[in-house]
Write a new protein. Sequence first.
Length: 289
Amino acid sequence: MAMFSGVPLALAQIAYHRYQLGVGAMVLSGLVVELLTRQPLALLFYIAWAGMSGVLAGELVRRRKDFSTSLFAISLQMLAFSAFSMGFFYLRTGGKILQELRKELFQTFDQVVHLYLQNSPAAIPSVDQQLILKMEPDLFSSFLSLLPGVFVSCVLLTSLVLMGMVKGILSRKSEDMPGYGIDHWVLWDPMIFLLILSLAMIAVPSHLSRVTGINLFFSIGILYVGQGAGVIVSYAKSRKLGRLFWIISATFILLQPLILLLLGIVGVLDVWVDFRKIRPSKDDQSTEA
């Protein structure tokens, strides 16, 4: 919900910024979330992920900020607001909020484990089931250690979806679109060494190194998923593929998240192959020098 509901807020902010319609829509939609869930934390995370990010994205696009600046500004806003909210509630509750969140997460984790044991494609012997249940607390601790990377990657993915869709919609409405979209967006090439470093850290036989490497891999890898998506979007635009292509693509991504892995591989290969031919050639670089 957060990944997509910020899009109309961004478009409203671009079209009606003088009336701040985006802010009004954010408040109204936030009240709807509060009425449906009656959970203050759900409302706060919605405001951070969908409301404020949507309004900020619209304003950055309206001011013709480039894609990378907008992407990292929106991500920083979501991280900062979430950290501030959690810190505020942590101080107000004397740390009890973390205990409650851990308890709820463990209950969800326990349900997933039991569902897996009950509905596994291959029958799991009772001895192995008991072993898995015995190891469940350790598995849960490992899961918690990976949450920072998962959280950061979700924030970056939300920003990529938001900026990509807003730029895409504006480009279909008018040729005079402010700035370039995800189809012309490329990461700084030396960032690939951070991805390689994360893989090297995972290979080190140390728990701290592996956990740090996996979290870094999640955070950097999702950016290459966005670069891979830019390659696909560029190809689709050059071939003038219609709306049916986008509907089918979105459906496949929602039904099979492993497609994100394929997009990440395409994004990494783009560093060397340059599928879109938008990086300056060596001749151009030597001429500029």
